[in-house]
Design a protein around this ligand. Structure first.
Ligand SMILES: Nc1ncnc2c1ncn2[C@@H]1O[C@H](COP(=O)(O)OP(=O)(O)OP(=O)(O)O)[C@@H](O)[C@H]1O
Length: 476
């Protein structure tokens, strides 16, 4: 697939690179080289060390031992060697426009007249990666949907910015994109690598890894446990190498007894007790806003009862979920404080017991829950948000694309947990950009242009029907 010469010097070469955070061996002696034309698929469970590896490659972290070199360019730094990173935690400045965000990472744009070239460059990059994107270069970033923000970050990663991108590292790049936009990105990556660029592609979506990667590297506990050309792995082999026992998503729609209607919004969303209700459609068509309206409407009264009737699992954890200055324990337990308080005093022993129970149930990888939440990997932070919601007694759980960054094994565990909780009478409203997840639901509302374009139940919930409803109003 590559047109690059096979003998080309590696863009980056790691030799026995290690990174320790106190006693945690986040990276434990990894040797690796990436050459022009390579698309390296990087997989591993949450906390396996993938983000640490890429931060060592891009110069964000200095290795505790071992070395990082850039033989192809002879450059001393990752930046000078043309290494670019698109992070899992979206890192744009929300109060600046799309073009202004490009300017921040484009030091060659100097002087008074930088705006016009900045606009032109980000437009060209967006057009190249996501044809038909519809994003205005002058739009403030906080007016964009999470999918659009992810698209802008990716486009900035590939934009020339005065030099040439030689290696682009994409950490969970499609986690907020719907299937059509994700496909545009995968096709761009293939073209970029065919022209002699290289990509490190981190994803928990194994289908994408198989579609785009020329080589796959599996990490576990800070080490590389398997590395082969992509064709050398089967899906099951990959899951096994990561150290998961794959459980089938079968019986996803096992019959659940459903009770009375517990909510019915003016726009037509409705759900019964014990029902798992999906919100689907192309990203950015009003699903997240519908959930936010529902949640804020149910929880914003100043006379709100002691026990919350509804809890929320954020997908944009940096903006809507994680309390960054607090510990893992406090982040998880905040939803159960009313349950465990006596005469206004929190029972700290009970708080620690409940948090420990959820840490074990949902597999939060930490030795000490009093550590800061930001010491956890992205996927493990997401698990804390699940624990926060599921540990509460709220009968309705609202989830805004909540599986971003969660590894394949844990996803199956969380699906099972959601089904078990629904069987006990809890109601779930679940917006997801992944069809596999939407197909776990009992009833699905498909959104198009901010409105419900279809309501599907039982056997009607198929990828074809969802796509049909996502597009059908276009031709009208
Ligand atoms: N700044 C830090 N301080 C302490 N521990 C850290 C820090 N950064 C990472 N770690 C730990 O290093 C380990 C590897 O984390 P890393 O973020 O590299 O995992 P990951 O494979 O990228 O996970 P995910 O799929 O969830 O993003 C984890 O145990 C994490 O808790």
């Amino acid at each position: 697939m590559s047109t690059a010469a096979p003998s080309a010097a590696p863009i980056v070469a790691l030799t026995e690179a290690a990174k320790h955070f106190g006693p945690v061996r986040a990276l434990d002696g990894v040797s690796l080289s990436i050459s022009p034309g390579d698309c390296l698929g990087l997989v591993g469970h949450n906390g396996a060390g993938k983000s640490t590896l890429v931060n060592v490659v891009n110069g964000g972290l200095a290795p505790t031992s071992g070395s990082v070199a850039f033989p192809a360019s002879g450059a001393a730094s990752a930046l000078a060697a043309g290494v670019r990173s698109v992070f899992q935690e979206l890192s744009l400045c929300p109060n600046l426009t799309v073009a202004e965000n490009l300017r921040i990472s484009h030091s060659a744009l100097k002087g008074m007249n930088w705006r016009a070239p900045a606009r032109a460059e980000i437009r060209a990059a967006l057009d190249q990666v996501f044809p038909g994107h519809g994003i205005d270069a002058d739009a403030p970033v906080d007016t964009l949907s999470i999918a659009q923000r992810q698209m802008v970050e990716i486009a900035i990663g590939f934009a020339p910015r005065g030099t040439e991108a030689r290696l682009v590292i994409l950490d969970e790049p499609t986690s907020s994109l719907d299937a059509g936009i994700a496909e545009q990105l995968l096709s761009h990556i293939k073209q970029f690598c065919a022209r002699g660029g290289a990509v490190i592609f981190i994803s928990h979506m194994l289908g994408e890894i198989f579609e785009v990667a020329t080589r796959i590297l599996v990490m576990k506990d800070g080490k590389v446990v398997a590395e082969k050309p992509a064709g050398g792995f089967t899906r099951q082999g990959l899951v096994d190498a990561m150290g998961h026992v794959a459980t089938e998503a079968a019986a996803a729609q096992a019959a659940r007894a459903q009770g009375e209607e517990v909510l019915h919004t003016p726009e037509g969303l409705r759900a019964r007790k014990g029902e798992i209700v999906g919100l689907s459609g192309l990203a950015g068509h009003g699903q997240a806003e519908a959930l936010a309206r529902l949640y804020l409407g149910a929880t914003s009264s100043w006379r709100s009862p002691r026990e919350a009737g509804m809890v929320f699992v954020a997908g944009d954890r940096g903006r809507d979920g994680v309390l960054p200055l607090w510990s893992i324990l406090r982040n998880a337990s905040i939803s159960i404080l009313p349950q465990i308080a006596r005469r206004g005093m929190v029972d700290r022993t009970r708080e620690a017991e409940i948090t420990a129970e959820w840490k074990a149930r949902i597999g939060i990888r930490t030795d000490d829950v009093t550590n800061p939440i930001l010491s956890l990997s992205g996927g493990n932070q997401q698990k804390v948000l699940f624990a926060r919601a599921l540990a509460s007694a709220a009968p309705v759980v609202v989830m805004d694309d909540p599986m971003r960054g969660v590894d394949v094994g844990t996803k199956q565990d969380v699906y099972a947990m959601i089904r078990a909780e629904a069987a006990r009478g809890r109601t779930f409203l679940w917006y997801s950009t992944e069809t596999e997840e939407v197909c776990q639901c009992d009833r699905v509302f498909v959104f198009r242009n901010g409105e419900i374009s279809a309501e599907l139940t039982g056997d009607e919930i198929t990828e074809e029907r969802i796509l049909e409803a996502s597009f059908e109003m276009e031709g009208a």
